[in-house]
Design a protein around this ligand. Structure first.
Ligand code: 9GP
Length: 843
């Protein structure tokens, strides 16, 4: 029964409409109130943590008011919404973002100063919300920012992991994983203990036939786990629109604990059900671009999509529309294959629970879903064994078999007698054991499939999904090149540069909403005052990072050196190994020089950061080598400032906000054809750094936008990769470049500690086929790095390149990207705050 205030009493409610603080005085009042009442403290024991909590709560109050209004507006407008299903949302910190998006950071700054705090220190108190691994999760977070900023009616759905991605410590040069207790205090979420869904697992299927001969399946028995909603408000920039991110947490459906067992003295197992249930949302799987096929992961996926769909369907049913109108009201985007079960779950709801015919239901399903593919790496493409499915989700497996049967019959009609085609495209792989191919299921169940950069979209059309293009025609496969939110990645991360740009590009409210306005700064490229300020901002950002490096690693680096940065997940395909081999080559070259020659060399600081999946042995070896090289180089008196090698511990979103603005050169050097897009490449260029990169992912479009003369490209092309690999293994002509051999010799002679520790990295290149083509690209990598040194020596040219590049980065806003999704895939319209009127019917 919906609670609603009777008409005569509404006046009293309206009279007391709450508003958030508007000015400094109001803000201070709210902070003091929260310190004294919500936190039960006083000015005598208000430390920075308490001040952070109270400030967040003051901002949260404001957000919640707008958030309620936005939800009411959306419900009242009753227009189509998009639901973004992502197993990862790498949100980072919320307070700074809320201050800037609402536009009251200066109020907070002076208010906090009155109360005895510095806003920068308060912001630093917040723990990152690290519910993601890398680019995929951060993209989802940028999309939420754009959806709210552009006023789209949109919800995100994810899991509320009790432990996000692990915290990385470096001990004796090795990565050590430590749990991330991020939920200790989190003012940004609202538990909705009244919004729960019971989710079924295991059990069996019974079929019954009614008088008309209609067969209905009943999924019975098994276990039930309860999903509890936690809502996170997502503020738009310079708009009151505040969207919702709903994260599900698991708990036992059967109550807190088994009283019977407890009374019998069996204390441990009395809480067993509760613990088992909570395990589902306990941890984020720490793999980036790797699928391991674990049962708990499949459980997480079903738990999350079933709860989300229940919620979406419940909301739709309140509108009392006919089912066929579902796709006019609901668009669901699958962020990678992780939520693909949603396709099966919706079909199950429609046929088993709502009694629709298969065909009617399936047509609704296909019109509702869109699928984004984020990788072509085979090890990242999800497959689940049929046996596991049968055990965990028996009814879903039956539906998958039916989906596959109808799909293969459809294929057979267009490609009669082409048995090999049927085998190739079947959702069920006829292997031992049989596997369900989730990407194929996602394609078959969606009306659009998109890649995330032009090269990647071309590759999926011509390689992994080629047969599906032949089956469905080319229109189903589209490209939407990724983007980043300039609010976090420029305005928040680099306020100095943001303000300078704003002074030329029509003010921050304008250019941060329409990033193409960046092109206005190209007019100032020759303006000496502008250039001077530009360089000063970069130097200040580098100095800040240098201080941080000194404080955390003890190594002193000169802000005048060229800062060369590679921060991202550690992965062989991203080729941090090639980077560190290049650093070793530089070290050996410097060592062979006279002191006078060394003095002339361009000083560099090579900065690395990134986590290795705990079970990824080679990635951990790469981290160890970087640290071992650093230990030698940084302490070699011959070298001094000419070269420093730094590994920054525990790379995450808030550290990225500090590191990226301080970069002169960043490395995006994946083997061509392996990095679907990359998004940090966009962040670095937007912050006035140049990039060295391969012709891969979005590097190609960045080059197209900023001009070839402003990027350092090198290496083999994607189209040549297969042949090169083939030749390595079968051609007998795999020669390792002479300078790389010298690098290997130095490692093997023990220059950086026990050679054995790094033998895997060397043999992978020299003896095991060099799958990632390090040896093939090494020479042109070194040449290009030499070119970087030369160009950097001429600071005037360098600064011109940086300014010009930033001016041309407008295309890479996630706003552009979201507008493309809205138009080409979701068919949704923004809902501007002014257009709404009326009172809510309740969400
Ligand atoms: O590896 C891609 C990365 O290139 C891309 O930028 C990101 C967002 O589209 O997705 C990553 N893919 C995955 O993490 C797994 O598919």
């Amino acid at each position: 029964v919906e609670a609603s205030i009777p008409e005569p009493q509404r006046q009293a409610w309206l009279k007391h409409q709450i508003t958030g603080f508007e000015d400094k005085d109001d803000f201070e009042k709210q902070v003091v109130r929260h310190v004294e009442t919500t936190l039960a403290r006083s000015m005598f024991n208000c430390d920075e943590t308490a001040a952070y909590a109270a400030t967040s709560l003051a901002f949260r109050d404001r957000l919640v008011i707008e958030w309620n209004r936005t939800q009411q507006r959306q419900t009242f407008a009753d227009s189509k919404r998009v639901y973004y299903l992502s197993l990862e949302f790498l949100m980072g910190r919320a307070l700074d973002n809320a201050m800037l998006n609402i536009g009251l950071k200066d109020v907070a700054q002076s208010g906090l100063s009155d109360l005895g705090f510095r806003v920068e220190d308060i912001i630093q108190q917040e723990h990152d919300a690290a519910l993601g691994n890398g680019g995929l999760g951060r993209l989802a977070a940028c999309f939420l920012d754009s959806l709210a900023s552009l006023n789209y009616p949109a919800w995100g759905y994810g899991l509320r992991y009790r432990y996000g991605i692990f915290k990385q410590e470096i001990i004796d040069g090795y990565q050590v994983e430590v749990p991330d207790y991020w939920l200790d205090f989190n003012p940004w979420e609202f538990p909705r203990h009244d919004v729960t869904v019971d989710i079924q697992f295991y059990g069996s299927v019974n079929k019954t036939t009614d008088d008309t001969g209609k067969i209905t399946a009943h999924w019975e028995g098994g276990d039930t786990v309860r999903a509890v909603a936690y809502d996170v408000p997502i503020p738009g920039f310079a708009t009151p629109s505040t969207n919702n991110l709903r994260l599900w947490s698991s708990k036992a459906a059967s109550g807190e604990f088994d009283f019977q067992k407890f009374n019998n003295g069996d204390y441990e197992s009395s809480v067993g059900d509760q613990q088992r249930a909570e395990t589902i949302s306990a941890v984020l799987y720490p793999n980036d671009n790797l699928d391991r096929g674990k049962e708990l992961r499949l459980k997480q996926q079903y738990f999350w999509v079933a709860a989300s769909l229940y919620d979406i369907v419940r909301r739709f049913k309140k509108t009392k529309r006919a089912w066929r109108e579902f796709p006019d009201q609901v668009a669901i985007q699958l962020n990678d294959t992780h939520p693909t079960l949603a396709i099966v779950e919706l079909q199950r709801i429609l046929i088993d629970l709502e009694g629709l015919d298969w065909d009617d239901a399936w047509s609704i399903v296909q019109k509702t879903f869109g699928y984004t593919n984020h990788t072509v790496l085979p090890e990242a493409l999800e497959k689940w064994s049929v046996g596991l499915f049968q055990h965990l989700l028996p009814r879903h497996l039956q539906i998958i078999y039916d989906i596959n049967m109808y799909f293969l019959q459809f294929v057979e009609r267009s490609f009669p007698q082409d048995r090999d085609m049927l085998r190739r495209v079947s959702i069920i792989e006829e292997s031992q054991p049989k596997m369900v191919r989730m990407a194929y299921l996602a394609i078959v169940g969606s009306h659009k499939v998109n890649g995330v950069a032009e090269l990647h979209s071309d590759l999926i059309r011509t390689t992994i999904f080629k047969d599906f293009v032949a089956i469905y025609g080319p229109d189903k496969f589209v490209n939407v090149t990724n983007g980043i939110t300039p609010r976090r990645w420029l305005h928040q991360a680099n306020p100095g540069l943001s303000d300078l740009i704003a002074s030329k590009a029509g003010g921050s409210e304008h250019f941060l909403k329409d990033l193409t306005l960046l092109n206005k700064i190209e007019l100032s490229v020759d303006d000496p005052a502008f250039r001077k300020e530009w360089a000063a901002i970069k130097l200040a950002n580098k100095t800040r990072l240098a201080d941080y490096i000194k404080a955390t690693t003890g190594v002193e680096v000169s802000p005048k050196a060229l800062f060369d940065v590679q921060v991202k997940r550690i992965h062989e395909y991203k080729r941090q190994q090639m980077n560190i081999f290049g650093v070793i080559h530089r070290y050996l070259t410097l060592k062979a020089q006279t002191p006078a020659e060394r003095k002339k060399a361009q000083p560099r600081v090579n900065i690395f950061g990134g986590k290795a999946a705990p079970g990824y042995w080679m990635a951990k070896q790469i981290i160890h080598l970087i640290n071992s090289v650093g230990a030698v180089v940084n302490n070699d008196p011959d070298i001094g400032d000419a070269l420093k090698v730094i590994f920054l511990e525990d790379y995450n979103v808030s550290k990225a906000e500090m590191i990226i603005p301080a970069s002169d050169l960043s490395e995006h050097i994946s083997t061509a054809g392996t990095e679907a897009s990359g998004t940090s490449n966009m962040k670095f260029v937007l912050n006035g750094g140049l990039i060295i990169g391969t012709c891969d992912g979005a590097n190609i479009e960045i080059t197209r936008e900023i001009g070839e003369e402003n990027i350092f490209l090198f290496g083999n092309l994607a189209e040549d990769v297969d042949d090169l690999r083939h030749n390595h293994t079968y051609g007998g002509d795999h020669k390792v470049d002479a300078s790389l051999q010298k690098v290997f010799a130095a490692i093997e002679s023990g220059t950086f500690g026990s050679a054995q520790d790094f033998s895997g990295m060397i043999t992978a290149v020299r003896d095991h086929g060099d799958f990632y083509l390090v040896s093939d690209d090494f020479h042109s990598y070194l040449e290009t790095q030499d070119l970087v040194d030369k160009v950097y020596a001429d600071q005037e040219t360098w600064v011109t390149k940086c300014i010009t590049s930033v001016a041309r980065m407008g295309f890479f806003s996630s706003d552009r990207c979201i507008n493309e999704y809205a138009e080409e895939i979701w068919n949704i319209e923004p809902l501007k705050p002014e257009s709404a009127a009326g009172i809510s019917k309740g969400e």
